[in-house]
Design a protein around this ligand. Structure first.
Ligand code: ADP
Ligand code: MG
Length: 317
């Protein structure tokens, strides 16, 4: 097998039903018909061996997660994820690994009705880079920069599970069942695509929590020129974090990355409509704080005392 038969066998064979793809894998570039009245959203995320995953992990999970972290970015903009391209760097050509990888990719693509429209294949240290394209009705995409004093801060889901999995990758201190639950959390993120339409209707700003709530909410504060105050007792912590990290569960929820939940702000007058939409769609979201004039990220503790949060999310450099 060479580079070209590899692409044909493992990637070109992944089916897609997207109408807008006029030409997919096989030429110098793909051709897409962007639907009228839509704006294009483009985002990339890379997973590097030994930084984001261990090379011995199941290739199915690696591919699956590489797609999902990209899907999450489009959901955070209030968009519909549509087309992906894959830049794959492999140390060597290993059919069994590629077959698992291709299956993980196919599963993720089918779950979110995506199309794999192209990519690049090179030899080198294992790394997976995906670029995703999505769309939203023109002028409606949700940015980080729209939060206003008076808005409330919401997050979807519970936090800290993926960070707990990372902490215990090489320990024996979790039960077998709990470790399996946490590894599922780490390796099979469920991006909140079902929130996208709701964000476009009601959110003033949004971001996906990939680096940790403190770091990512702080991005909203900086982009919007506002201050956020989190009420620590309202932050929903993964039950296993509360169970195993008795002394610092909030630290895990605030600073642990890889949760792929969404954080968003909602103007006061839109809240009743937001809550109704969340209830109708059974999406678990929690009000965790408010936006105020000023700058930076602050926390209100159980005694009602407010102090600045030490931002400690994941950074590469
Ligand atoms: P070029 O030499 O023009 O860069 P390539 O030989 O790299 O083209 O790729 C041939 C075709 O296969 C292109 O359509 C490209 O988008 C696609 N392709 C290459 N690698 C991948 C991959 N890992 N996944 C999906 N498509 C790929
Ligand atoms: Mg190429």
């Amino acid at each position: 097998m060479n580079e070209f038969s590899l692409i044909e066998h493992f990637f070109q064979s992944i089916p897609s039903s997207r109408q807008e793809v006029k030409l997919g894998i096989g030429d110098d570039a793909a051709i897409i018909d962007v639907p009228e009245g839509m704006e294009l959203l483009v985002s990339s995320d890379t997973l590097v061996a030994n930084t984001h995953f261990l090379p011995e992990w199941d290739a199915f999970d690696i591919a699956y997660k590489a797609v999902m972290v990209n899907v999450s970015d489009i959901a955070a903009m209030g968009g519909e994820p549509c087309w992906i391209s894959l830049s794959l760097t492999l140390p060597m050509l290993e059919s069994a690994w590629l077959s698992r990888f291709s299956n993980g990719l196919k599963t993720a693509v089918q779950q979110h009705h995506l199309a794999l429209i192209g990519g690049d294949t090179t030899q080198g240290p294992l790394s997976i880079s995906i670029t995703i394209h999505g769309f939203a009705p023109k002028g409606t995409s949700v940015r980080r920069s729209g939060a206003q004093p008076g808005d409330n801060v919401y997050i979807s889901g519970v936090l800290g599970g993926a960070a707990l999995a990372v902490k215990h990758l090489h320990t024996e201190s979790l039960s077998f069942k709990d470790k399996a639950i946490l590894m599922e959390k780490l390796n099979r993120p469920k991006p909140r695509v079902d929130l996208a339409d709701i964000l476009r209707c009601f959110a003033s700003a949004a971001i996906d929590i990939s680096d940790g709530l403190s770091s990512d909410l702080n991005h909203i504060c900086t982009a919007s020129g506002v201050r956020a105050e989190l009420d620590l007792k309202l932050i929903p912590v993964h039950p296993l974090v509360t169970h195993y990290q008795v002394n610092d569960p909030i630290d895990f929820a605030l600073n642990g990355g890889d949760d792929y939940e969404l954080c968003f702000t909602v103007p006061y007058e839109k809240e009743p409509f937001l809550l109704e939409a969340l209830r109708k769609n059974s999406i678990p979201c929690y009000a965790v704080g408010k936006i105020l004039p000023g700058s930076g990220l602050w926390a209100k503790d159980k005694q009602g005392k407010t102090s600045p949060i030490n931002i400690a999310g994941y950074q590469h450099f």
